[in-house]
Design a protein around this ligand. Structure first.
Ligand SMILES: *Cc1c(COP(=O)(O)O)cnc(C)c1O
Length: 400
């Protein structure tokens, strides 16, 4: 420690990548890694996708930034494409997931304020949630390790055990404004919320006049095989935060809302300097060009099945290492029997990149355009790594 000029926020892997191409990353020394981390579900179309590169270059030569004092045509176009494809009528563009969540939280509170109920500001979340690292979003996520040492927790967040609907209904009071959940928990360990549970949450919202907020920062933009994960259930929210995959690697995010839910937001009450700038909007539109192409999401579903079935057989083969495979689309988790950090490290030794998550899970979040051949190589690397990890245990077993 102390050798770097950077904040010591990360224990970084000793890897330096110089360039990327599709699902592959190349180090300075020319070694290649198969990237199933994809910048934590950000590089939705892999590295250096020709359409994204071309779009960014073309836009860079025209206009970078003007602020939201003026109309930004690409912003309007992206908003229309997102509203056409979802429950939403309105979109606010931001730069990061946490910012999109801040907008979602503010929109929900303003809704009740504008209806004459300023006391309704509290938001209920599930344990294991992750909504970002701003002061409000660490309060929403409720994880002690992220809250510790940062002063009083931002007021107005109530947390209930994951999936405990009884506790959730009990937590609703006259001050409750909304329920905020990830349809598939990402950092929490690839934990999906079943369709019937979403329907019951929707029911609570109708009954008690609450807004339903989805955090699809990680599970959105085709990750689960539908454009948005909630579309598997047909249970629409009132507000939704998205980020990560929509920019394909360019920082951008958005908060989507119905007209009704956004009714408290009027000129001057919320804003951003960088959000919705022409560079980000051009790239966001380019990502949608590909993801919304006829058949693209069907391919994600097909490849998901291929990967999941192959993983299931590796899980069966190495019960010392893995307990199960879960998740949907190309958002899969390997629940480990060994510490997930060790498993992830063993993957890396086989030039395979994944991401640890909560609940002792290793996440596989490949670019959505991963090929069958790359899936085969990935499964081979996982099998080889598992074999390395299982070997000492098996030797000890046979000696006994
Ligand atoms: C990553 C993530 C966030 C935070 O996004 P940032 O861009 O890091 O602020 C919020 N919610 C979910 C579900 C995420 O996965």
């Amino acid at each position: 420690m102390g050798g770097s000029a950077l904040f010591e926020t990360y224990n970084r892997a000793p890897l330096r990548f110089e360039r990327g191409e599709g699902v592959w990353l190349y180090t300075e020394s020319g070694e290649r890694y198969l990237d199933f981390a994809a910048g934590i579900a950000v590089n939705s179309l892999g590295h250096s996708h020709p359409h994204l590169v071309e779009t960014l270059k073309t836009q860079a030569e025209k206009l970078w930034h003007v602020s939201n004092l003026y109309e930004v045509p690409e912003q309007t176009r992206l908003a229309e494409r997102l509203t056409d494809a979802t429950f939403a009528d309105k979109v606010f563009f931001a730069n990061s997931g946490a910012e999109a969540l801040e907008c979602a939280i503010k929109t929900a509170r303003r809704y009740h304020y504008a209806k004459g109920n300023p006391e309704r500001y509290r938001i209920i979340t599930f344990e294991g949630a992750f909504h970002g690292r701003t002061l409000a979003t660490i309060a929403a996520g409720g994880q002690p390790k992220y809250l510790e040492g940062f002063g009083p927790k931002v007021q107005g967040f109530d947390q209930v055990p994951f999936g405990d609907l009884e506790a959730l209904e009990k937590a609703i009071t006259e001050e409750t404004a909304a329920i905020l959940i990830e349809p598939v928990q990402g950092e929490g360990g690839i934990r999906p919320i079943e369709a019937d549970m979403l329907a019951r949450l929707r029911g609570f919202c109708e009954k008690h006049g609450l807004l339903l907020i989805y955090d699809e920062v990680q599970c959105g933009i085709g990750r689960t095989g539908k454009l948005f994960a909630y579309q598997w259930s047909g249970v629409a929210p009132d507000i939704m935060a998205i980020a990560k995959g929509i920019g394909g690697g360019f920082p951008m995010a958005a908060c989507l809302a119905s007209d009704e839910a956004a009714s408290g937001i009027v000129p001057g009450v919320h804003g951003t300097t960088f959000g919705g700038n022409p560079l980000a909007m051009a790239v966001g539109n380019a990502v949608l060009d590909v993801v919304l192409e006829e058949g693209f999401l069907d391919e994600v579903k097909r490849k998901s099945l291929l990967l999941k079935q192959s993983l299931a057989s590796v899980v069966d083969e190495f019960p010392e290492v893995f307990e199960s495979v879960r998740g949907s689309g190309l958002m899969l988790g390997l629940k480990c029997r060994m510490p997930n950090g060790e498993v992830n490290l063993a993957f890396r030794r086989h030039n395979f990149l994944a991401v640890p998550a909560g609940d002792n899970v290793v996440r596989l979040l490949p670019p959505l355009n991963v090929t069958d051949e790359e899936i085969r190589i990935a499964v081979e690397a996982i099998r080889d790594a598992a074999s390395d990890l299982a070997l000492p245990a098996r030797k000890a077993g046979s000696a006994a």
